[in-house]
Design a binder for this molecule. Structure first.
Ligand code: ATP
Ligand code: MG
Length: 385
């Protein structure tokens, strides 16, 4: 049973990553993640003969998702480029081509994010200021750092900021650039900012910026070079200081960041674990469309807070509870023959019950301890905005 739980949490994690990739328009990554989800489910089927058919059916679902992604023509990505100069077929610069692929279209809105009211306002205000047309003496922040435990909505916030304004959104994971384009990552950073300026107003979102630290031992030459390039781009030398390009960065290990990086991000926003009210909001967003009138939301939220759940765990909790309900209402889902015979399944649903959540709670564990939270709070007190 232990291994099954492990696979289940692996699956949940992978599904979350998949959804992120889809939202950010990273089709290739989403495709790979969908296949990974399918393979985890197949593994689960192998480990759990009683539920094998159900898991296999779900694995097939994921394989279909992957297939559909494959069928989508590459042009889609181009369509997300804002019209105008620069959206003509790209030059032969391979770095420029790569960074064009980092342009994402965000459909996330502020409403999709439960709780975090103050944080949302702070970010919305400063992003709007940074990208506005303004008289010279007004100097908005050029960099905003979001920090906090994993799964608290940092990436969601950046996506919502981009979705709310008509800005070009570049989304890049520092660790990806470093690992996939090792020797060339510094050139990619230059190309990234060149394109961001060309397509301004732009938001550059650097996820996991802690990967770019040189504070830890054994930082490599390429990392140093990349970091140096990023710092000079953030300073906006070369007379390009007025081009509205805002850099949002995110990390869950802020204490690893170098002084040099921190100084470029004077506005540092703590994104904490959700409190009870925020948890209720997140449950509502994640059960939209289903009847939740029989749930004691206060009790569920209190238990989630007690267990140190982040938004990501709450989303998984809801998803598991929904699956518990679906499994009960649609026993034919575990009958492979029935599934392959029927044309298209019509799922039966019933209102969600406390029992669905009680089962789900057993399977979801927060990776955090109180001590971890204290560390974030202390850092926020000392260095936060
Ligand atoms: N405040 C929230 N409202 C609604 N959903 C949330 C919220 N916070 C987290 N989630 C859920 O958790 C998932 C993960 O959130 P997100 O990717 O933004 O976390 P993160 O802070 O960037 O995590 P990491 O530090 O691991 O990158 C989201 O896709 C969403 O389903
Ligand atoms: Mg993130």
């Amino acid at each position: 049973m232990k291994t099954a739980e492990l696979y289940m949490s692996l699956f949940e994690e992978c599904r979350g990553e998949y959804e992120k990739a889809v939202r950010a328009g990273r089709r290739n990554e989403a495709h790979a993640l969908a296949l990974r989800c399918a393979s985890i489910l197949l593994n689960l089927a192998g480990k759990n003969p009683r539920m094998a058919e159900l898991y296999m059916a779900r694995a097939e679902e994921w394989e279909r998702k992957a297939e559909e992604l494959e069928k989508k023509p590459e042009v889609e990505k181009r369509e997300t480029l804002p019209a105008g100069k620069g959206s003509t077929p790209t030059s032969t610069n391979p770095y420029l081509e790569y960074v064009e692929g980092l342009i994402a279209r965000s459909t996330v809105t502020w409403k999709d994010i439960g709780g975090l009211e103050e944080v949302k306002k702070l970010i919305a205000r400063n992003v709007a200021l940074a990208l506005a047309e303004k008289p010279a003496p007004i100097k908005p922040w050029k960099g905003i750092l979001l920090f906090g435990p994993p799964g608290t909505g940092k990436t969601l916030l950046a996506s919502a900021a981009a979705g709310s304004l008509n800005a070009t959104f570049f989304s890049v994971k520092a660790s990806d650039v470093l690992s996939k384009y090792y020797g060339e990552s510094s050139k990619i950073v230059s190309a990234l900012y060149a394109l961001a300026r060309e397509k301004a107003p732009s938001i550059v979102f650097i996820d996991e910026i802690d990967a770019l630290t040189v504070k830890r031992e054994g930082a490599h030459e390429a990392t140093r070079r990349t970091l140096a390039t990023l710092l000079s781009e953030l300073d906006g030398f070369k007379g390009q200081g007025d081009v509205p390009v805002l850099t949002l960065a995110s990390t869950n290990t802020p204490w690893d960041l170098d002084e040099a990086v921190l100084s470029r991000f004077p506005l540092r926003v703590y994104v904490p674990l959700p409190d009870k009210e925020a948890t209720k909001e997140i449950i509502k967003t994640n059960t939209r469309g289903l009847d939740i009138s029989r749930l004691d939301l206060d009790a569920i939220a209190e238990e989630s807070v007690r267990r140190l759940y982040s938004g990501r765990e709450i989303a998984s909790l809801c998803n598991l509870a929904i699956h518990n309900m679906l499994d009960e209402m649609n026993p034919e889902l575990s009958d492979l023959d029935a599934i392959s015979k029927s044309e298209r399944l019509k799922l039966k649903v019933r209102p969600l019950e406390m029992g669905d959540f009680e089962e789900a709670f057993k399977k979801i564990k927060s990776p955090l301890t109180r001590k971890d939270i204290e560390r974030y709070e202390k850092w926020a007190e000392e260095f936060g905005a």
